[in-house]
Ligand binder design. Structure first.
Ligand SMILES: Nc1ncnc2c1ncn2[C@@H]1O[C@H](COP(=O)(O)OP(=O)(O)OP(=O)(O)O)[C@@H](O)[C@H]1O
Ligand SMILES: [Mg+2]
Length: 383
């Protein structure tokens, strides 16, 4: 929702009612009246029921579930109480009966504005969830494998922990890794950022059977600019609804990715034992230093596909990056590729293999000890 303007669309045939509502809307000075046929999102649709109420109610029901319209008010000259009840059942938030007074309409609009403001206040509430970002130092190093299986391993620790998994790649594959057929992606949300609140977000996340809530990638290019502001809002709401948010940003360092890095509580930089990859990882670490974030103690190098006896050993990696490697994940192509092809996370496909255990131990390093355990030093800050 724009901070001071609400977009309103009117579908009203009766001229006197149309004029009455327009006058009231204009009096508030915060409503921008859109043409009836203007495409795109609107914060409030005011619709007059026509000669075919069944058709209209059906349309209201579908529209109220879509993401293009924030709220719907209905108007009808039918005095029958059942029309009001059907209107509410169909999802209308306001109803103007025959001869509705200016005061009634004004009150309904004031309530609408209150609800919108409340949604913004909730969105600005203090942060809770921890953002864990997984960044690849090169394409194909296993960034998505790490993000997906880390999220699963965190969730596996306790059903009480809520975990969100965001695929920030434009043509990301997390939904394929999990065999999910998503209805919405983060790009749809960013288009509707004005309506974003925890309830709205919960409704559109794709749930994996594990309980991890997935925000898949758009999977197509629509030339939409995703500003750092939009990303910040999206993540802030995710933080209110989830204890951990794992973000697969791929290898990009665009505006959105940089904002995510800035907001992250911890960043895993995924590398493999290869020279080009280490060269890239080095450049990324230099960029972090130049940007001033993520801080060194909030960045962990993960060597994926780790082979002990490779020509570039762990020490060589550490020497070339001038950093300790935080974690290694064993090389197991057969299992990871089968998991991807079956659309299953590792803990479902191969719960007992070393690679799966490795993700569990990595998750252990991120999660605070359960409440009932003696309050040891919180693991989160051990890094
Ligand atoms: N620990 C591992 N051992 C062996 N192979 C792995 C491991 N992790 C990932 N792979 C394999 O590497 C390939 C790429 O994995 P993944 O898609 O996770 O990488 P990515 O960095 O996200 O790639 P992209 O750049 O396309 O987004 C897959 O075929 C996967 O099976
Ligand atoms: Mg990937």
């Amino acid at each position: 929702m724009p901070a001071e303007k609400f977009r309103v669309k009117l579908k009203i045939k009766e001229p006197a009612l149309y004029k009455q509502i327009v006058n009231i809307l204009q009096g508030f000075k915060v409503f921008e009246i859109q043409g009836e046929n203007v495409l795109g999102n609107t914060d409030l649709l005011i619709l007059e029921l026509g000669d075919d109420p069944d058709h209209d109610f059906d349309m209201v029901h579908r529209t109220s579930e879509s993401m293009e319209v924030g709220e719907i008010f209905l108007a009808s000259d039918n005095p029958d109480q059942s029309v009001l009840i059907r209107a509410m059942q169909a999802g209308a938030r306001g109803f103007f009966g025959p001869g509705a007074s200016d005061t009634e309409i004004q009150t309904a609009l004031e309530r609408f504005m209150d609800r919108q403001k409340k949604a913004v206040r909730v969105a600005a509430a203090p942060r809770v969830g921890r953002i864990i970002t997984v960044l690849g130092s090169k394409g194909g190093v296993g960034t998505t494998t790490v993000a997906v299986n880390l999220a699963m391993a965190i969730k596996e620790k306790s059903s009480a922990i809520s975990v969100g998994l965001m695929d920030m790649n434009l043509f990301g594959e997390i939904h394929l890794f999990l065999g999910i057929d998503p209805t919405y992606s983060w790009s749809e949300i960013t288009k509707n950022i004005s309506r974003l609140d925890p309830t709205f977000l919960k409704n559109i996340l794709s749930a994996d059977p594990s309980g991890v809530d997935v925000l898949p990638s758009p999977g197509n290019f629509n030339n939409q600019h995703v500003s750092s502001d939009i990303i910040m809002r999206l993540l802030r709401v995710m933080q209110q609804t989830h204890d951990y948010i794992v973000v697969d940003v791929g290898q990009q360092l665009n505006e959105a990715a940089v904002k995510i890095l800035e907001m992250s509580d911890f960043v895993f930089l995924v590398a493999v034992q290869s020279l080009p990859c280490l060269a890239n990882a080095n450049n990324i670490l230099i960029s972090f230093r130049n940007m001033g974030y993520p801080r060194e103690d909030m960045t962990g190098i993960v060597v994926n596909r780790f082979i002990k006896k490779a020509s570039i050993g762990l020490e060589d990696v550490e020497l070339s990056l001038r950093r300790k490697v935080m974690w290694t994940i064993p090389n197991d192509y057969a299992t990871t590729v089968t998991a991807i092809n079956k659309g299953q996370p590792l803990n479902r496909l191969a719960p007992n293999l070393p690679i799966t255990e490795s993700f569990r131990q990595l998750a252990d390093m991120l999660i605070d000890p359960p409440e009932h355990e003696e309050k040891k030093k919180k693991k989160w800050w051990v890094f």
